[in-house]
Design a protein around this ligand. Structure first.
Ligand SMILES: C[S@@+](CC[C@H](N)C(=O)[O-])C[C@H]1O[C@@H](n2cnc3c(N)ncnc32)[C@H](O)[C@@H]1O
Length: 414
């Protein structure tokens, strides 16, 4: 069997709902999306001075429990100074503004380290009159300070691209809490509909129990992900899906495009897809791209992905066995050129793999395998239609490195 390492710049799936791109989103050519995006959410680094990690589960033991994990670099939030940080953010916001339609909305998520500087930058770039809200996401998680009040909130700046903003808050109704009604008189209106009344300034205000209520600009009802939350990917700074739903639902329609240029573990893309929106997600960390790829595959969300494969020589033992009407492609072994962390060998270092047809550097994916908590064992056989021409396999390892192999000739040599 002729297994030859080749290059592949892109993977595509029929019926894709969005795209993932690996790279620096301040420099990426996104012109194909200009003026097409309803909502851009940016959750950039916050100038913390930290190096963030991915706690990666390894092999069957790692995925079936949590007994085997390694900490891998995810992204660095270290900057020479604040100006360097703000230059990066300015590049990102500049891209976001080009992406948005006139009706679109921009959300920039930061914390108290940089909020003042970012607010001024956004006022300058989008215009003060386009400021809509300073949203406060307040939470309880994390330690408690003794020498000052604990810092327990993030800031999300909400700007519109123009006065044509489309915003529908009725898409994010809240359950009516008991607390806010306690001081009101409980009664029924003339039609027997339960309501609460309160007199203030000589007027009587009536609130119906079955009327929806909508969020204000302080969000203290959305908790951070707990340690055991099944959403958790191990990617530091991952945000909860509930937060992204509240951000994107009022400002996007079914099938409209939602973009995240610092996508991390892929929360925005997943929230968008689950709400019937399309998505564009970019991140410069290959670890992030590996995590979001797995996350979308697990959720059965179809996507395209642009990221070059490694040209460093790797060894793959891949065999194709004819079946009845299909061929079995079997991944029997893999050795990377870049060593994995100590103790990780063999198939434990393989995170995901896919097979499909490789044409002009694009892998048209036919089948995918990945590990998850429900399927901790990596499926080592994938099926493709019999005698598929230009058959190729793509391997993604735990470091987020990608390797492509042509299985029956074809493709450019690596
Ligand atoms: C706070 S995390 C985002 C977390 C994400 N919201 C989630 O739910 O997982 C910031 C991300 O920005 C990415 N990033 C930083 N600078 C970037 C750049 N210039 N281009 C693309 N991504 C960048 C980092 O790699 C990191 O994944």
């Amino acid at each position: 069997m002729d297994v030859r390492q080749v290059t592949c710049a892109r993977e595509m799936r029929s019926g894709a709902r969005g795209e993932i791109r690996l790279g620096d989103s301040t420099r990426m050519d996104l012109s194909q999306y200009w003026d097409r995006v309803s909502c851009v959410y940016l959750d950039p680094p916050y100038l913390t001075g930290d190096q963030f990690i991915l706690r990666q589960r390894i092999g069957f033991e790692g995925w079936s429990g949590e007994k085997r994990t390694v900490d891998l670099p995810a992204y660095s939030d270290r900057w020479p100074d604040r100006d360097a940080y703000l230059t990066m953010l300015r590049g990102m916001v500049g891209q976001a503004v080009k992406l948005l339609t006139d009706e679109g909305a921009l959300f920039v998520h930061v914390d108290t380290r940089v909020d003042a500087h970012v607010r001024l930058m956004l006022d300058e770039m989008l215009g003060e009159r386009n400021f809509v809200n300073q949203l406060v996401w307040s939470y309880q998680s994390g330690g408690r300070a003794k020498n000052h009040y604990s810092r327990k909130h993030d800031i999300i700046f909400f700007y519109r691209k123009s006065p044509a903003l489309r915003f529908d808050i009725t898409r994010v109704p809240l359950p009516r809490g008991e607390n806010r009604q306690n001081h009101m008189k409980r009664t029924f209106d003339e039609n027997g509909r339960p309501c609460r009344t309160i007199r203030s300034g000589g007027k009587t205000y009536v609130y119906y129990d079955d009327d929806p209520v909508y969020p204000g600009d302080v969000w203290n009802d959305l908790s951070h992900l707990q340690q055991k939350d099944p959403q958790r990917t191990g990617y530091d700074t991952q945000k909860p899906l509930t937060l992204l739903n509240r951000v994107l639902l009022p400002v996007s329609e079914p099938d409209s495009l939602v973009a995240d240029l610092c996508a991390g573990s892929g929360t925005t893309g997943l929230a968008a897809a689950q709400a019937g929106r399309r998505f564009l997600m970019a991140d410069q960390s290959k670890t992030a791209v590996m995590v979001m790829r797995r996350r979308l595959l697990h959720a059965k969300v179809r996507f395209d992905l642009e990221a070059a494969t490694s040209e460093e020589p790797a060894k793959a033992d891949i065999r194709v066995y004819p079946g009845l009407g299909f061929d079995d492609v079997c991944l029997a072994g893999f050795e990377p050129p870049t060593p994995w962390p100590e103790g990780v060998t063999g198939m434990d270092g393989v995170e995901q793999w896919s097979v499909g047809q490789l044409r002009d550097g694009v892998l048209h994916v036919m089948a995918d395998a990945f590990r998850s908590r429900t399927t901790p064992e990596l499926q080592d056989v994938l099926q493709v239609p019999m005698n598929t021409p230009d058959l190729a396999a793509l391997i993604v390892d735990i470091l987020g490195n990608r390797y492509c192999f042509s299985l029956n000739g074809g493709g450019e040599g690596a």
